[in-house]
Design a protein around this ligand. Structure first.
Ligand code: SAM
Length: 317
Protein backbone atom coordinates (compact mmCIF):
# COMPACT_ATOMS: atom_id res chain seq x y z
CA UNK A 1 0.00 0.00 0.00
CA UNK A 2 1.21 3.49 -0.77
CA UNK A 3 1.97 5.37 2.41
CA UNK A 4 2.02 8.84 0.93
CA UNK A 5 -1.20 9.63 2.79
CA UNK A 6 0.77 9.74 6.04
CA UNK A 7 2.16 13.11 4.97
CA UNK A 8 -0.58 14.95 6.88
CA UNK A 9 0.79 14.07 10.30
CA UNK A 10 3.19 16.33 12.15
CA UNK A 11 5.15 15.24 15.21
CA UNK A 12 5.69 18.42 17.21
CA UNK A 13 7.99 16.64 19.69
CA UNK A 14 10.77 16.69 17.12
CA UNK A 15 10.50 20.44 16.51
CA UNK A 16 12.99 22.72 18.21
CA UNK A 17 11.00 25.93 18.57
CA UNK A 18 7.72 26.41 20.40
CA UNK A 19 5.06 27.53 19.67
CA UNK A 20 5.28 26.13 16.14
CA UNK A 21 5.66 28.29 13.06
CA UNK A 22 2.43 27.48 11.21
CA UNK A 23 3.26 29.66 8.20
CA UNK A 24 6.33 27.49 7.61
CA UNK A 25 4.38 24.27 8.17
CA UNK A 26 1.58 25.14 5.73
CA UNK A 27 3.91 27.14 3.48
CA UNK A 28 1.36 29.96 3.42
CA UNK A 29 -0.35 32.45 5.71
CA UNK A 30 -4.05 31.74 6.34
CA UNK A 31 -6.47 31.80 9.30
CA UNK A 32 -6.24 28.64 11.43
CA UNK A 33 -9.13 26.37 12.45
CA UNK A 34 -8.49 23.59 14.99
CA UNK A 35 -10.58 20.48 15.60
CA UNK A 36 -10.04 18.54 18.81
CA UNK A 37 -11.03 14.85 18.78
CA UNK A 38 -11.84 14.58 15.06
CA UNK A 39 -12.56 10.81 15.22
CA UNK A 40 -12.80 9.47 11.68
CA UNK A 41 -12.09 12.93 10.31
CA UNK A 42 -15.16 13.52 8.13
CA UNK A 43 -15.92 16.91 9.69
CA UNK A 44 -12.33 18.07 9.33
CA UNK A 45 -12.23 16.84 5.74
CA UNK A 46 -15.49 18.63 4.85
CA UNK A 47 -14.38 21.88 6.46
CA UNK A 48 -10.97 21.77 4.78
CA UNK A 49 -12.52 21.05 1.39
CA UNK A 50 -15.17 23.78 1.71
CA UNK A 51 -12.85 26.42 3.17
CA UNK A 52 -9.74 26.26 1.00
CA UNK A 53 -8.55 29.65 2.25
CA UNK A 54 -8.13 28.35 5.81
CA UNK A 55 -5.47 26.13 7.36
CA UNK A 56 -6.82 23.25 9.48
CA UNK A 57 -5.15 21.43 12.36
CA UNK A 58 -6.70 18.35 14.00
CA UNK A 59 -5.78 16.72 17.31
CA UNK A 60 -6.63 13.14 18.23
CA UNK A 61 -5.56 10.70 20.92
CA UNK A 62 -6.24 7.66 18.70
CA UNK A 63 -3.64 6.53 16.17
CA UNK A 64 -6.31 4.58 14.23
CA UNK A 65 -8.27 7.82 13.81
CA UNK A 66 -5.13 9.54 12.58
CA UNK A 67 -4.69 6.91 9.87
CA UNK A 68 -8.35 6.93 8.82
CA UNK A 69 -8.51 10.71 8.62
CA UNK A 70 -5.31 10.99 6.59
CA UNK A 71 -6.62 8.48 4.04
CA UNK A 72 -9.68 10.73 3.61
CA UNK A 73 -7.59 13.88 3.17
CA UNK A 74 -5.37 12.12 0.67
CA UNK A 75 -8.40 10.83 -1.23
CA UNK A 76 -9.74 14.40 -1.44
CA UNK A 77 -6.36 15.79 -2.47
CA UNK A 78 -6.31 18.30 0.41
CA UNK A 79 -3.26 20.40 1.15
CA UNK A 80 -4.63 22.70 3.88
CA UNK A 81 -4.89 20.23 6.76
CA UNK A 82 -2.46 18.68 9.29
CA UNK A 83 -3.07 16.23 12.13
CA UNK A 84 -1.26 15.60 15.39
CA UNK A 85 -1.47 12.68 17.79
CA UNK A 86 -1.88 14.12 21.27
CA UNK A 87 -4.06 15.69 23.90
CA UNK A 88 -5.74 18.68 22.27
CA UNK A 89 -5.79 20.61 25.55
CA UNK A 90 -2.01 20.48 25.90
CA UNK A 91 -1.29 20.88 22.19
CA UNK A 92 -3.56 23.89 21.75
CA UNK A 93 -1.72 25.74 24.51
CA UNK A 94 1.82 24.73 23.59
CA UNK A 95 1.76 24.73 19.79
CA UNK A 96 0.01 28.02 18.98
CA UNK A 97 1.08 31.57 19.83
CA UNK A 98 -1.37 33.98 21.50
CA UNK A 99 -4.19 35.35 19.29
CA UNK A 100 -3.40 33.04 16.39
CA UNK A 101 -6.38 30.68 16.02
CA UNK A 102 -9.60 31.77 14.31
CA UNK A 103 -11.77 28.90 15.53
CA UNK A 104 -11.62 25.75 17.71
CA UNK A 105 -14.20 23.02 17.10
CA UNK A 106 -15.03 19.97 19.25
CA UNK A 107 -17.76 17.58 18.20
CA UNK A 108 -19.16 15.14 20.69
CA UNK A 109 -16.23 15.02 23.09
CA UNK A 110 -16.05 12.06 25.46
CA UNK A 111 -18.20 13.37 28.36
CA UNK A 112 -16.36 11.54 31.18
CA UNK A 113 -19.51 11.76 33.29
CA UNK A 114 -18.11 10.21 36.48
CA UNK A 115 -16.84 12.66 39.09
CA UNK A 116 -13.54 10.77 39.38
CA UNK A 117 -12.91 11.29 35.63
CA UNK A 118 -13.78 15.00 35.65
CA UNK A 119 -10.17 16.02 34.99
CA UNK A 120 -10.16 14.13 31.68
CA UNK A 121 -12.89 16.35 30.20
CA UNK A 122 -11.94 18.82 27.51
CA UNK A 123 -13.88 21.55 29.30
CA UNK A 124 -11.59 21.93 32.33
CA UNK A 125 -10.75 25.45 33.45
CA UNK A 126 -7.22 25.42 32.02
CA UNK A 127 -8.69 24.66 28.58
CA UNK A 128 -10.90 27.75 28.70
CA UNK A 129 -7.86 29.76 29.75
CA UNK A 130 -6.01 28.40 26.71
CA UNK A 131 -8.92 29.47 24.49
CA UNK A 132 -8.72 32.93 26.07
CA UNK A 133 -5.09 33.02 24.98
CA UNK A 134 -4.75 31.34 21.59
CA UNK A 135 -8.02 32.44 19.94
CA UNK A 136 -7.94 35.63 17.94
CA UNK A 137 -9.96 38.43 19.48
CA UNK A 138 -13.56 37.63 18.44
CA UNK A 139 -12.49 34.06 17.51
CA UNK A 140 -14.87 31.23 18.43
CA UNK A 141 -14.99 27.89 20.18
CA UNK A 142 -17.79 25.64 18.90
CA UNK A 143 -18.81 22.54 20.78
CA UNK A 144 -21.60 20.04 20.04
CA UNK A 145 -22.78 17.35 22.43
CA UNK A 146 -25.70 14.99 22.95
CA UNK A 147 -25.37 15.33 26.73
CA UNK A 148 -27.54 18.12 28.12
CA UNK A 149 -25.71 18.31 31.47
CA UNK A 150 -22.41 18.67 29.59
CA UNK A 151 -23.76 21.53 27.46
CA UNK A 152 -25.07 23.24 30.59
CA UNK A 153 -21.71 22.84 32.25
CA UNK A 154 -20.00 24.59 29.33
CA UNK A 155 -22.41 27.51 29.63
CA UNK A 156 -22.14 27.67 33.43
CA UNK A 157 -18.34 27.67 33.31
CA UNK A 158 -18.02 30.21 30.50
CA UNK A 159 -20.45 32.65 32.15
CA UNK A 160 -18.00 32.97 35.03
CA UNK A 161 -15.14 34.05 32.74
CA UNK A 162 -14.45 37.66 31.77
CA UNK A 163 -12.48 36.75 28.65
CA UNK A 164 -15.08 34.47 26.97
CA UNK A 165 -18.82 34.80 26.32
CA UNK A 166 -21.51 32.40 25.13
CA UNK A 167 -22.61 33.69 21.73
CA UNK A 168 -25.06 30.92 20.79
CA UNK A 169 -26.80 27.95 22.43
CA UNK A 170 -29.03 25.95 20.10
CA UNK A 171 -30.94 22.69 20.22
CA UNK A 172 -30.84 20.38 17.20
CA UNK A 173 -29.31 23.02 14.93
CA UNK A 174 -29.13 22.59 11.18
CA UNK A 175 -25.47 21.81 10.63
CA UNK A 176 -23.82 21.79 7.26
CA UNK A 177 -21.80 18.66 8.01
CA UNK A 178 -22.62 15.95 10.50
CA UNK A 179 -20.12 13.71 12.24
CA UNK A 180 -20.20 9.95 12.72
CA UNK A 181 -21.25 10.25 16.35
CA UNK A 182 -23.81 12.88 15.50
CA UNK A 183 -25.51 10.53 13.00
CA UNK A 184 -25.48 7.78 15.59
CA UNK A 185 -27.07 9.92 18.31
CA UNK A 186 -29.66 11.38 15.93
CA UNK A 187 -30.65 7.90 14.74
CA UNK A 188 -31.26 6.99 18.40
CA UNK A 189 -33.51 10.04 18.77
CA UNK A 190 -31.14 11.97 20.99
CA UNK A 191 -30.97 15.74 20.96
CA UNK A 192 -27.94 17.76 19.87
CA UNK A 193 -26.83 20.80 21.85
CA UNK A 194 -24.52 23.22 20.05
CA UNK A 195 -22.75 26.06 21.84
CA UNK A 196 -20.58 28.83 20.45
CA UNK A 197 -18.25 30.75 22.72
CA UNK A 198 -16.51 33.97 21.66
CA UNK A 199 -13.25 35.42 22.92
CA UNK A 200 -13.79 38.93 24.29
CA UNK A 201 -10.59 39.42 26.31
CA UNK A 202 -7.06 38.11 26.41
CA UNK A 203 -6.01 35.64 29.11
CA UNK A 204 -2.28 35.21 29.82
CA UNK A 205 -1.28 31.55 30.11
CA UNK A 206 1.92 29.99 31.31
CA UNK A 207 3.33 27.68 28.65
CA UNK A 208 5.53 24.70 29.47
CA UNK A 209 7.44 24.93 26.20
CA UNK A 210 8.60 28.25 24.93
CA UNK A 211 11.45 29.28 22.68
CA UNK A 212 14.26 26.91 21.79
CA UNK A 213 13.85 23.45 23.32
CA UNK A 214 17.21 21.66 23.02
CA UNK A 215 17.77 18.04 23.99
CA UNK A 216 18.53 17.86 27.73
CA UNK A 217 21.69 15.89 28.57
CA UNK A 218 24.47 15.65 31.16
CA UNK A 219 28.02 14.33 31.05
CA UNK A 220 29.07 12.59 34.26
CA UNK A 221 32.68 11.65 35.07
CA UNK A 222 32.96 7.90 35.64
CA UNK A 223 35.30 8.48 38.59
CA UNK A 224 32.49 10.38 40.35
CA UNK A 225 29.59 8.13 39.40
CA UNK A 226 28.20 4.70 40.11
CA UNK A 227 25.83 3.42 37.48
CA UNK A 228 24.75 0.56 39.76
CA UNK A 229 23.08 3.05 42.12
CA UNK A 230 20.31 3.33 39.55
CA UNK A 231 19.12 -0.23 40.30
CA UNK A 232 17.77 0.92 43.65
CA UNK A 233 15.69 3.72 42.12
CA UNK A 234 12.99 1.59 40.46
CA UNK A 235 9.48 2.90 41.25
CA UNK A 236 10.92 5.91 43.05
CA UNK A 237 8.92 9.13 42.59
CA UNK A 238 10.96 12.33 42.23
CA UNK A 239 9.25 15.65 42.90
CA UNK A 240 10.41 19.25 42.82
CA UNK A 241 7.78 21.99 42.81
CA UNK A 242 5.34 21.13 40.01
CA UNK A 243 7.83 18.74 38.38
CA UNK A 244 7.33 15.03 38.85
CA UNK A 245 8.65 11.78 37.40
CA UNK A 246 8.92 8.13 38.31
CA UNK A 247 11.53 5.57 37.23
CA UNK A 248 9.55 2.56 36.03
CA UNK A 249 12.27 0.20 34.88
CA UNK A 250 16.02 -0.01 34.43
CA UNK A 251 17.39 -2.16 31.63
CA UNK A 252 21.01 -3.10 31.24
CA UNK A 253 22.24 -3.41 27.67
CA UNK A 254 23.88 -6.78 27.03
CA UNK A 255 27.13 -5.14 25.96
CA UNK A 256 28.95 -3.16 28.62
CA UNK A 257 27.73 -0.55 31.08
CA UNK A 258 25.00 1.16 29.05
CA UNK A 259 21.57 1.43 30.64
CA UNK A 260 18.13 2.33 29.33
CA UNK A 261 15.72 3.74 31.89
CA UNK A 262 11.97 3.83 31.42
CA UNK A 263 10.51 7.02 32.90
CA UNK A 264 7.02 8.45 33.28
CA UNK A 265 6.88 12.23 33.78
CA UNK A 266 3.87 14.37 34.61
CA UNK A 267 3.37 18.08 33.93
CA UNK A 268 -0.13 19.04 35.06
CA UNK A 269 -2.56 17.26 32.77
CA UNK A 270 0.07 15.74 30.49
CA UNK A 271 1.76 12.45 31.25
CA UNK A 272 4.59 11.16 29.05
CA UNK A 273 6.39 7.85 28.96
CA UNK A 274 9.88 7.66 27.44
CA UNK A 275 13.42 6.34 27.89
CA UNK A 276 16.58 7.94 29.20
CA UNK A 277 19.91 6.48 28.01
CA UNK A 278 23.08 6.14 30.07
CA UNK A 279 25.87 5.71 27.54
CA UNK A 280 29.42 4.66 28.35
CA UNK A 281 31.73 7.23 26.71
CA UNK A 282 35.14 6.13 28.00
CA UNK A 283 35.91 8.19 31.08
CA UNK A 284 32.37 9.62 31.22
CA UNK A 285 28.73 8.66 31.02
CA UNK A 286 26.39 10.56 28.76
CA UNK A 287 22.87 10.84 30.23
CA UNK A 288 20.34 11.82 27.56
CA UNK A 289 16.85 11.27 26.15
CA UNK A 290 16.59 8.13 24.07
CA UNK A 291 15.91 9.22 20.51
CA UNK A 292 13.37 6.50 19.74
CA UNK A 293 10.90 7.94 22.26
CA UNK A 294 11.21 11.69 22.09
CA UNK A 295 8.78 13.33 24.53
CA UNK A 296 7.95 17.02 24.66
CA UNK A 297 10.87 18.54 26.59
CA UNK A 298 8.68 19.81 29.42
CA UNK A 299 10.07 20.90 32.80
CA UNK A 300 9.46 17.42 34.29
CA UNK A 301 11.20 15.69 31.37
CA UNK A 302 14.30 17.90 31.70
CA UNK A 303 14.23 17.42 35.46
CA UNK A 304 14.24 13.62 34.99
CA UNK A 305 17.40 13.67 32.84
CA UNK A 306 19.30 16.01 35.19
CA UNK A 307 18.13 14.23 38.33
CA UNK A 308 19.08 10.77 37.05
CA UNK A 309 22.59 12.12 36.36
CA UNK A 310 22.74 13.54 39.91
CA UNK A 311 21.58 10.27 41.43
CA UNK A 312 24.46 8.45 39.71
CA UNK A 313 26.90 10.87 41.30
CA UNK A 314 25.66 10.46 44.86
CA UNK A 315 28.25 8.84 47.10
CA UNK A 316 27.57 5.25 48.07
CA UNK A 317 27.00 4.24 51.73
C1 SAM B 1 -16.93 10.47 21.04
S1 SAM B 1 -15.63 10.62 19.90
C2 SAM B 1 -16.23 11.81 18.74
C3 SAM B 1 -15.50 11.75 17.43
C4 SAM B 1 -15.96 12.76 16.36
N1 SAM B 1 -15.71 14.13 16.77
C5 SAM B 1 -17.40 12.57 16.02
O1 SAM B 1 -18.20 13.45 16.39
O2 SAM B 1 -17.73 11.55 15.38
C6 SAM B 1 -14.45 11.58 20.84
C7 SAM B 1 -13.05 11.57 20.20
O3 SAM B 1 -12.24 12.49 20.90
C8 SAM B 1 -10.94 11.95 21.08
N2 SAM B 1 -10.39 12.62 22.26
C9 SAM B 1 -10.79 12.50 23.55
N3 SAM B 1 -10.11 13.32 24.35
C10 SAM B 1 -9.24 14.01 23.54
C11 SAM B 1 -8.25 15.00 23.77
N4 SAM B 1 -8.02 15.46 25.01
N5 SAM B 1 -7.53 15.46 22.72
C12 SAM B 1 -7.75 14.96 21.46
N6 SAM B 1 -8.69 14.03 21.19
C13 SAM B 1 -9.42 13.56 22.21
C14 SAM B 1 -11.17 10.46 21.22
O4 SAM B 1 -10.02 9.72 20.85
C15 SAM B 1 -12.34 10.23 20.27
O5 SAM B 1 -11.91 9.88 18.97
Amino acid sequence: MRLEFLKYEIKPQIFKRFPLNWVEIFEREAPIVVEIGFGSGEFLENMAREMQDFNFVGFEMSLTSLWKAQKRFFGSGLSNVKVILGDGRFCLRELFPPNSVRKVVTNFPCPWSKKKHEKRRIIVESFFQTLGNVLEFGGEFEIATDERWYAEEVVRKVRKLWYLEVSRFSLNPERKFRTRYEMKWLSEGRKIHAISVRKVGNFEVERLLEGEESMPHRLVKKAEADVNRLEGLKNRVFKEGKKLFVIKEIFRKSDGNDRVIKVIAKDGEIQQSYFVDILDKGDRYLVKLDETTIPYRTPSVKFSVFRIAEEMMKKMG
